[in-house]
Design a protein around this ligand. Sequence first.
Ligand code: CP3
Length: 373
Amino acid sequence: MAVADSFSGRRAVRRPTGIQLLKNDRFLKALRRQPVDRTPVWLMRQAGRYLPEYRALREKAGSFLDLCQNPEWACEITLQPLERFDLDAAILFSDILTIPDAMGLGLHFIPGEGPNFHHPVRDRAAIDALGVPDPMAELKYVSDAVSLIRRELDGRVPLIGFAGSPWTLATYMVEGGPSKNYVHLKSLMYNDPAALERLLGKLAEAVTAYLNAQIAAGAQAVQIFDTWGGVLTPEQYRRFSLAYMRQIVAGLNTGDGEVPVILFTKGGGMWLEAMAETGASALGLDWTIEIGEARRRVGDRVALQGNVDPAILHARPQVIREAVGQVLAGFGSGNGHVFNLGHGVTPEVPPEHVGALVDAVHELSAPYHQAEP
Ligand code: CP3
């Protein structure tokens, strides 16, 4: 059937998110726990400083934020790892901190230290003063990048959109930057939990609108990065992180599951059952849990994404291959596995090691997907 695409100006006969438009739909099928021929693989931070072509473009652009805010550059960087490696998905090149930046906190990056805000949010007055950014105004550059990337991908692989969880965004907004002990945020949590809940509620609203804008622009799956949910007690995790992610999942225009939602809480291995009840299609796992155990606990309800130790990319290709084999065997035969690292690729990794990992996933996974006799 001829399929016109909505970007060419012709009338779209299918929504741009449709799986039918894709040349490689392994990733979306695995997220829906449908059969595939090979385990699909993509890597958190697959675009970034470990690639010389990324460093060259960043040099030209001047800064990381300039790269994010220019849709042509963001598109080019999104596609860079796909030129080198046989990846089954692309992820929008952007950052979780675009939302607090659009809220007026003054995002900037300090070399060797990471993201920082000129105006951290530390008390109720500052929280009350925060507005919820309009994704089609302050953050329009993100939707523009998504549309452009979809056009340039031309159905090669699906595009993943993303945002940070409210709790994880709050860690940066309240601390003012990366933190070891979260002194300011945890003080706020214990001394004025209602103020923190007000902040998290605003962020949940902002993230929902932002992800819906990415979906409207063409994101075919979305991931919520809850990088710092694991620093909470179980009760706090449910109250200050999971509750807001559940609210976001409920508010997303997923077209009845057509756009899968992946929840990734780093350090969340002990809470998988609760995460599986949020309505998300898939859970991202870090490397501190065995994927086989995770599958036994929640694999009948959600797909699983992960979870080789990202540090494996510093090892020799043969060692990388063995580690890939272990994760594949840990998940075992059948549907519902998306291969990934347990966290992002780090800047020191040799690019050819990423290639060795991606190829090993495809080569070694075929036997796990043979049709049942
Ligand atoms: O996965 C991808 O390829 C998409 C791109 C992506 C980036 N940031 C690009 C980036 C994604 C998905 C993110 C999410 C993000 N950003 C998270 C959640 C995921 C995670 O890693 O836990 C967090 C916590 C952030 C905040 C942030 N932005 C940090 C901690 C840093 C690193 C600072 C440093 O100096 O290492 C950034 C900057 C950043 N985001 C870079 C990239 C490629 C490095 C920018 C550069 O120096 O060129």
